[in-house]
Design a protein around this ligand. Structure first.
Ligand SMILES: [Fe+2]
Length: 243
């Protein structure tokens, strides 16, 4: 029972599924590798991936859920957003306009800008002091983040979502090395696809799950994601280990 907390499967809202047909293909693919649901996470905020309002995301989610139901699929699609850590995030947080993971938790999926960020730790601390819990999207791909900084953030309650594809080099050799080092240091808590299209994903998802092992997949893509949706505290979200 795996739940994908980071994927772009909603049709025609961001740089993910172009239309309903592609969205359904992506859901079938997720089902083939063992996912029974997803908290679909369209880009939200002023980042390069798009800025999808929740009203628009809900329409796309309803459309996808209706099509899945018509197909007889029991695949679950929950609310979520990939929030871009920029000025808009702080403004929308103040206005109470953020979308939490699963829709009922205090957890936010946050993406860092790809360049260097001025004092990430201070910004994340501000988010936490507003009462939110933070799941950081793909820190292994943020080259400006040292492992010591990631480790310090983890001690302060931030939890880390690694891309499943990173472990087998989908994003490059350096990213693969960083993902594997993070895993070894106990700094990976959630495994997600960040799926934007079907492409070759079945191959690399299968390879990555085989490298990670059943235990890592069960905790990182099953137990921890479900606990986050149920609003577990950061202390209850254990790091995954290979095997
Ligand atoms: Fe993403």
């Amino acid at each position: 029972m795996m739940l994908d907390l980071h994927c772009h499967i909603l049709p025609h809202v961001d740089d993910g599924a172009a239309d309903l047909g592609e969205a359904l293909d992506m859901v079938r693919l997720l089902g083939q590798v063992g996912f029974t649901g997803a908290a679909a996470s369209p880009h939200h905020g002023g980042g390069p991936g798009g800025d999808v309002a929740e009203v628009e995301a809900k329409q796309a989610r309803d459309q996808l859920c209706a099509a899945l139901k018509a197909e007889g699929s029991s695949f679950d699609v929950l609310p979520n957003a990939e929030h871009y850590l920029g000025v808009e995030l702080m403004q929308r947080m103040a206005a109470g306009e953020l979308i939490t993971i699963g829709g009922k938790s205090k957890w936010l999926l946050l993406e860092l800008p790809w360049g260097a960020v001025v004092d990430v730790e201070a910004v994340l601390f501000r988010v936490q002091t507003r009462g939110y819990r933070v799941l950081l999207a793909h820190p292994e791909r943020s080259m400006s983040l040292d492992l010591e900084v990631i480790e310090r953030m983890v001690t302060r309650g931030v939890r880390m979502q690694a891309e499943i594809g990173s472990f087998v080099g989908v994003y490059g050799d350096e990213e693969r090395q960083r993902a594997r080092s993070m895993l070894q240091c106990g700094l990976v808590h959630v495994l997600a696809t960040d799926l934007h299209s079907v492409g070759t994903a079945e191959k690399w998802l299968t390879q990555a799950f085989s490298w990670l092992g059943d235990g890592a997949a069960e905790l990182g893509a099953g137990v921890n994601p479900k606990a986050i949706v149920a609003d577990a505290s950061a202390d209850d979200i254990e790091p995954i280990v290979r095997g």
